[in-house]
Design a binder for this molecule. Sequence first.
Ligand code: UD1
Length: 416
Amino acid sequence: MEKLVIRGGVPLSGRVRVSGAKNAVLPIIAATLLTQDTCRLEGVPRLTDVKNIVDLISHMGAETGWEEETLTVTAHRLHKLEAPYECVSRMRASFLIMGPLLARFGQARVCLPGGCNIGTRPIDLHLKGFSCLGAQITRDSGYIEARVKNGLKGTRIYLDFPSVGATENIMMAAVLADGLTRIENAAEEPEIVDLANFLNAMGGRVSGAGTKVVSIEGVSALKGANHVVIPDRVEAGTYMVAAAITGGDIYIDNVITEHLKPVIAKLEETGAKILNGGQGLRVIGPERIEPVNVMTLPYPGFPTDMQAQITSLLTRANGTSIITETVFENRFMHAEELARMGADICVDGRTAIVKGVPGLCGAKVQATDLRGGAALIIAGLAATGETEIRFVHHIDRGYESIERKLSSLGADIKRI
Ligand code: UD1
């Protein structure tokens, strides 16, 4: 089993380049199933989650090819319209193939995603969207099957919560439906905008992405398209926090500053300096980390995917911070692991009270989920002595070459 071993205490310095966004590329790869033509995606990160979805569509019959950061997909003929248990249990985002398959082939069968370590994560809003569009939904032997006889019909769909995945799945189903679909209370994340741009490059008619109402005027067919994936705002945010906790000074290349507004605002409150320049950001860590209160919210609020990392930073603050998680109900598993490193965190339901301590000490810890794993790396970079992180596979789901990138910033980190 692989481990990451970190010897902390080195202020990060230098330059690091952010990869393409995992959460943008997963739905975009699913969207390539909407056409029989070839799609060419650039800036695709080599992550386990990406490999998993590529394996899934290949298993269904799509032809895929990699050349460095470019992925080509041709879903000319598909012989299986199904995501089996092995795929969905590895990665919930496999559920995103349902919208495209239903739109193009009128049917799809996807294993029901089970429980997840960051919360229950239901799929009711995805299914509500498909049935509003006219699909019949049935469940058997742990699978969800959706079918439509004479094509999907555009309609108005109100989401009770602005779910990212449901907005994306419904957009991909509605793009080939007959007539106009309006998704109300849609998620506004930048990854939704990237998906809409890709669908429009394929010949779709999607407008309003990035606002609370997304309108989709159905078209009869889509063609192949080329697309460059947006930079990963969570990866960028993770390096920003790593620079802040080590009192470093780094330049992060390939970022869209606008996407990082809430993270920049909170880091500035802690005393970090963030300077805009060129295609990136310079981050200078604070001399003294000030405590801040953080509440996670759908975009443009503070991202839940940055909550664990900022928690690590606040363990070293000069006072007490309160962190409230409103998006997922069980997303503080990293708190216990951070406590093994000397952090003082008290979790009560969706709130964590973090009392800053003068220092963290290296320990043997385990990554409990993707972002929780990133939080342990951040803590390890600031701790005295050696930190050994097990269950690195969680981290590899969402960070490309993390030990190489951090080493290039001067960190003492090895994979063994
Ligand atoms: C996506 C991101 C994930 C991020 C999350 C929130 C991808 C591949 N993953 O996940 O990294 O943490 O957005 O920003 O893009 N919900 C329902 N019913 C549904 C769907 C969701 O109640 O049908 C609830 C969930 O339980 C959760 C909340 O909505 O509490 C947010 O989930 P959602 O926005 O759907 O997250 P994902 O798309 O799964």
